[in-house]
Structures are given as C-alpha cells and as structure tokens.
Design a protein around this ligand. Structure first.
Ligand SMILES: NC(=O)c1ccc[n+]([C@@H]2O[C@H](COP(=O)([O-])OP(=O)(O)OC[C@H]3O[C@@H](n4cnc5c(N)ncnc54)[C@H](OP(=O)(O)O)[C@@H]3O)[C@@H](O)[C@H]2O)c1
Length: 246
C-alpha cells in the first residue's frame, strides 16, 4: 500500500473514526477562507446536485452543517434546498465554492476540465471531496486519460490548488443514506495527500455513519472507482486487507 505524503497517526485516526462530529469540534480545522461555524459545523458547497450530491448534501444538512447545492439548474437546486429545509441553500457552482469550507464534487467526470478552469481561483486551498468517476462510455476521452493517470491524480490536475480527498466513489448513491442505520459499520475507503483535508473529510464521513479507511495517498485514488477490488460495501477490515495487497 502506498503511504500518503502526510498521514494521520493510528491514534488520531481511530479517535476520529470513533467520534465523527465531535472530531470536527476537537480538530484545529485548517480552513483558509473562514472559521468553522459554531459547534464544529462546517459549510459544504455541493457541485453537482444529482444522485450523489443530493444524498450526501441532505445527510450533512440533517447533521447540522450548512450546505449549498449547485449545478447548471439553479431552479431545481432552489427546489431541492427548500425541500431539505434547515441548513440548505442553492447557488451557482461559483457561489457554492465560495461558500464552502469543504466542496463536494459530484458531477460526470467530463465536466471537471471546464469547472476546474472556471472555478480555479476560488478552489485554491479548498478541501474537496472528489466523488467523480471516469467512465469512457459516458465521459469520453477524458475518462481514458483519467483512468490511465489514476482518478485521484487526474482530478488534482483538473482542479489545481484544491486539497483533494477521494471518497464515496464506489457505493451506490441510493445506499448512501443507509450507513447510519446499519451496524456493524460499513467502511469507506478514502485517499488523499493533504493531512488537514483528510482529517476534516474523515470526520464528515464518520458523521454520516461510515468508518473512514485511509487507503493511501491520492495516487491510490485510482483504485477508488466502481469495478475495482475496493468497490462496494465492505467492512473496514476487508478494505484494509484489500488495500494492503494493491
Ligand atoms: N450514482 C451513483 O451511485 C454514484 C456513486 C458514486 C460515485 N458516483 C459518481 O459521482 C458523480 C455524480 O454521479 P450522479 O449519479 O450523482 O450523477 P447525476 O445524478 O447525473 O448528477 C450529476 C449532477 O451534476 C450536474 N452537472 C453536470 N454537469 C455539470 C456542470 N458542467 N457544471 C455543474 N453541474 C453539472 C448535474 O446537473 P445539471 O446537468 O443540471 O447541471 C447534476 O446535478 C459521477 O462522476 C459518478 O460517476 C456516482
């Protein structure tokens, strides 16, 4: 298993995985834009409010974080925000990136090159959760390039300056709301190079019911796609065992 450039100590990681929301409060959150909201809550900008963006944004809003949904369909996002109610709002992708301490990207992979250019100044230094998967049939040549390079490293080239953590890539969106209700906990493989970003994402993943498993640096993101040995719902122990053999 490749090691991330900077990784959490085992003790830190176990503490975070076990405490979720509390971890956000305890952490010295490395936000560059603005401080965390009171009570350890953060502002989350969602770019792509389809199956994944809606499922995760809803869970985080219900957990008390401020969530702004965005896509190219502002009216639909306003309707979604109204339906979710407390803590939800809608804006353009630019608004969502400016708003968020943490940005969830949940768009078809082919949208990343233009979004990366359009949002580059605002994305610099932001923590980004990259749920996007490259599928040649859907996304065209960019997906072949991303698969060859590895999805994590490719995303970091397309979203320069962002502090990327790959996660939520290979479980169905329809199951994302189920983890809270399902003991024992399902593992969520994540990969990233930025220690502060990993800490924050670890807490957010844990808070909605998954046990985050850091499988390595962003280069390991190539394995966080559907169809890989790490895909699907697995126990944390299974994920660690599989990742160790990759
Ligand atoms: N579905 C799953 O089970 C699942 C699970 C894990 C990961 N993923 C990955 O997560 C990503 C999203 O999947 P999804 O199923 O949520 O897709 P989806 O339901 O088709 O939603 C995509 C969202 O992105 C928006 N979008 C598309 N192009 C955009 C652009 N250029 N700028 C801003 N917004 C744009 C779409 O809205 P507009 O078209 O109105 O802009 C829509 O809100 C994909 O890369 C997918 O492979 C999916």
């Amino acid at each position: 298993m490749k090691k991330p450039a900077a990784c959490l100590s085992r003790r830190q990681f176990i503490a975070l995985a076990g405490h979720g929301a509390a971890a956000l409060t305890l952490l010295n959150l490395p936000f560059e834009g603005h401080a965390a909201a009171p009570g350890g809550k953060v502002r989350i900008g969602v770019v792509g409010s389809g199956n994944v963006g809606t499922a995760l944004g809803r869970l985080w809003a219900q957990a008390g974080h401020q969530v702004m949904f965005s896509s190219r369909s502002l009216d639909a996002d306003k309707t979604l925000a109204k339906e979710i109610g407390a803590n939800a709002s809608a804006g353009s992708p630019k608004d969502a990136v400016a708003f968020g301490d943490v940005i969830l990207f949940a768009v078809p992979y082919r949208a990343l090159p233009d979004l990366g250019k359009e949002l580059a100044p605002a994305l610099k230094g932001k923590i980004v959760i990259d749920a996007c998967n490259p599928f040649p049939d859907r996304d065209g040549d960019i997906a072949n390039w991303a698969r060859e390079k590895g999805a994590g490293l490719a995303s970091s080239e397309l979203l320069p300056g962002a502090r990327i953590v790959r996660g939520f890539n290979a479980i169905p969106a329809a199951r994302m709301g189920a983890a809270n209700k399902q003991p024992p906990r399902i593992g969520m493989p994540i990969a990233g190079d930025d220690k502060g970003a990993i800490e924050v994402v670890t807490a957010l993943v844990s808070e909605i019911g998954y046990e985050p498993v850091l499988v390595g640096g962003l280069a390991m993101g190539r394995h966080l796609i559907p169809g890989s040995p790490l895909a699907g719902e697995r126990s944390p122990a299974e994920i660690r065992k599989i990742a160790a053999g990759l």
